[in-house]
Ligand binder design. Structure first.
Ligand code: GDP
Ligand code: IMO
Ligand code: MG
Length: 427
C-alpha cells in the first residue's frame, strides 16, 4: 500500500520533518508532484537541510527514494542539491530513482515565469519563479521535454526548438533581466551529470514494490489550498497537490492508497499572494512570524501568518480522504495568553462552514472561538499526558470538530521533537 503525507494548508506545514521521521517505517519515499518550488526543511542534530526536488527519505539508509513522473525537475537546482548533500557526507544516489516521464524545467521556463509574473503587476501570484507554471503548461500543451528525453540522440535539437518557442512567446511581454546564456551553460552541464543517475518507470517501480509487500510513503509538496483544481485559484501552483495527485504522479491506482496523513500547523501561514481569511496583519501575526521563524525555505520571503482555519481544514480533509492528522509547530504558540481558531465563516452575510467558490473578491470573514493559552515550554515534552491541559483541550476539541484524530504533535524542528498519541490517549 501507499500511505500519503501531505499539507492541508498553503504549504510549509512541516512535511519534510515529518516525512524524515516517518521514513524509518517505510521502504520507499516518493515525491509525486511539484518541483523546486518546494522547500522541505529537516534537521539531523544541529545540521539543517532544505530539500527541493529530492525526497525527504534520503536520510534513512534503508529507504529508496523516487522522484515520480508528476514532478518537474530543474537539472541545475537538482545538481546543486546533490552537491550540498554530498558535501555534508550524505550518500543517497544509489537509493535515488527518477521517473523518466518527469518533465524538465528549462531555463526559458523560468524566463517565462518571470515575464508572466511581471506582466501581472499587483495581481501577481507570488510565484517562486522556478518555472513551475510554464513547465506544467508545456506538459499539458504536449510539447514539453521529459527527463527521459536526455538520452535521445536529438535531445539538443528538441531543446533548441522548445527554447525558440519560449523566446518567441516571451517577446510578447515586457522583457526582464535574465542571464539566459549563463543559465543555459550550467543547465547543459547539469544534464550531463544527470545522465549518470538511475531512471525508472515510476508506475512499474512502485507497483512491483507494492506487490512484493514493500511500504511506500508518498511525500506531498505545497499544500491542498494551492492545488490547481481545489485551491484558491488563480493563486495556486500548477499541479494536483492532493491525494488524487499521488495516483497520477506515481502511476498507482486509487485502491492502492492506504493511510492519508494530513499535516497542519497549530496556526496557519501562506507565502505569496491570494486570499487568507484568518490572516493577522498586526502585532499578533508578527509575533507568530517571529516565534515560528516564518520565512520561506525556498525564497526567504516572510510568510503571512494567521490563526488555524477549521472550515478550510474540513474542506482539505474531505478532498484528500485524510485518515489521521499531524499538528506541527504547537511550540510556536507557547507564549500566547489566548489563541483562536476560526470555526465557521461569514460569507456574504451568511454563516457557513464551507469554503466558498470565490475567496478572491469576496474573502469570507472568520468567526472565531478563543482558547486559553498553555504558557508552557513544549519543546522538551515527549508524552501526551505531560502536555498542559489547555493544549490537550485545544487538540481534542479541534480533532472532534474535524472528525479526524491527531496522531502526532510536533513541538520543535528537531527529528525527535514530537509526541506520538497512543491508543489510550485517544480513547
Ligand atoms: P515543508 O515545506 O512542509 O516541509 O515545511 P518548511 O520546511 O517549508 O517549513 C517548516 C519550518 O518549520 C521549517 O523551518 C522546520 O524546520 C520548522 N518546523 C517543523 N516542525 C516544527 C515544529 O514542530 N516546531 C517548530 N518550532 N518548527 C518546526
Ligand atoms: P512546500 O512544498 C509554500 C506558492 C508560491 C505562490 C504559489 C505559486 O515547501 O510546502 P509556484 O512557484 O508554484 O508558481 O508558486 O504557490 N508555493 C508555495 N508556498 N510552500 C511551497 O512548497 C510552495 N510552492 C509554491 O509562494 O504563492
Ligand atoms: Mg516549504
Amino acid at each position: 500500500m501507499v500511505d500519503v503525507l501531505l499539507g492541508l494548508q498553503w504549504g510549509d506545514e512541516g512535511k519534510g520533518k515529518i516525512v524524515d521521521y516517518l521514513a524509518s517505517g517505510y521502504d520507499i519515499v516518493a515525491r509525486f508532484q511539484g518541483g523546486p518550488n518546494a522547500g522541505h526543511t529537516l534537521y539531523l542534530g544541529e545540521k539543517k537541510y532544505v530539500l527541493h526536488t529530492i525526497p525527504s527519505g534520503i536520510f534513512r539508509n534503508n529507504v529508496q527514494n523516487v522522484i515520480g513522473n508528476g514532478v518537474v525537475i530543474d537539472p541545475t537546482i537538482m545538481c546543486r542539491e546533490i552537491d550540498q548533500l554530498s558535501t555534508s557526507g550524505i550518500e543517497f544516489l544509489s537509493r535515488l530513482y527518477i521517473a523518466k516521464k518527469a518533465h524538465l524545467i528549462l531555463p526559458t521556463h523560468r524566463l517565462m515565469d518571470a515575464v508572466m509574473e511581471a506582466s501581472k503587476g499587483k495581481d501577481k501570484i507570488g510565484s517562486t519563479l522556478k518555472g513551475i507554471g510554464p513547465t506544467y503548461t508545456d506538459k499539458v500543451s504536449r510539447h514539453g521535454l521529459r527527463i527521459g528525453d536526455i538520452f535521445l540522440s536529438d535531445f539538443e535539437a528538441r531543446y533548441n526548438k522548445l527554447k525558440a518557442l519560449h523566446l518567441q512567446m516571451a517577446s510578447a511581454y515586457e522583457s526582464v533581466d535574465f542571464p539566459l546564456e549563463e543559465e543555459e551553460k550550467t543547465w547543459m552541464e547539469s544534464i550531463e551529470r544527470l545522465r549518470k543517475l538511475q531512471y525508472v518507470s515510476s508506475a512499474y517501480f512502485i507497483n512491483k514494490a507494492i506487490r512484493s509487500g514493500k511500504k511506500v510513503l508518498a511525500e506531498g509538496a505545497q499544500g491542498s489550498m494551492l492545488d490547481i483544481d481545489y485551491g484558491t485559484y488563480p493563486f495556486v501552483t500548477s499541479s494536483n497537490t492532493i491525494t488524487s495527485g499521488v495516483c497520477n504522479g506515481l502511476g498507482i491506482a486509487p485502491n492502492k492508497i492506504g493511510e492519508v496523513i494530513g499535516i497542519t500547523k497549530a496556526y496557519c501561514t501562506r507565502v505569496g499572494s491570494g486570499p487568507f481569511p484568518t490572516e493577522l496583519d498586526g502585532e499578533t501575526g508578527e509575533s507568530i512570524r517571529k516565534a515560528g521563524g516564518e520565512f520561506g525555505a525556498t525564497t526567504g520571503r516572510p510568510r503571512r501568518c494567521g490563526w488555524i482555519d477549521l472550515p478550510q481544514l474540513k474542506y482539505t480533509i474531505m478532498i484528500n480522504g485524510v485518515t489521521q492528522l499531524v499538528m506541527t509547530k504547537a511550540d510556536v504558540l507557547d507564549n500566547f495568553d489566548e489563541i483562536q481558531a476560526a470555526t465557521s465563516y461569514n460569507a456574504e452575510g451568511k454563516e457557513t462552514d464551507e469554503v466558498p467558490f470565490d475567496m478572491v473578491t469576496n474573502c469570507p470573514l472568520p468567526i472565531y472561538k478563543a482558547y486559553k493559552g498553555w504558557k508552557t515550554d513544549l519543546t522538551k515534552i515527549r508524552k501526551y499526558d505531560n502536555f498542559p491541559s489547555e493544549l490537550r483541550s485545544y487538540i481534542e476539541e479541534v480533532e472532534s470538530l474535524l472528525e479526524t484524530p491527531f496522531t502526532i504533535i510536533s513541538v520543535g524542528p528537531g527529528r525527535e521533537q514530537l509526541v506520538l498519541r497512543t491508543a489510550e490517549a485517544m480513547a
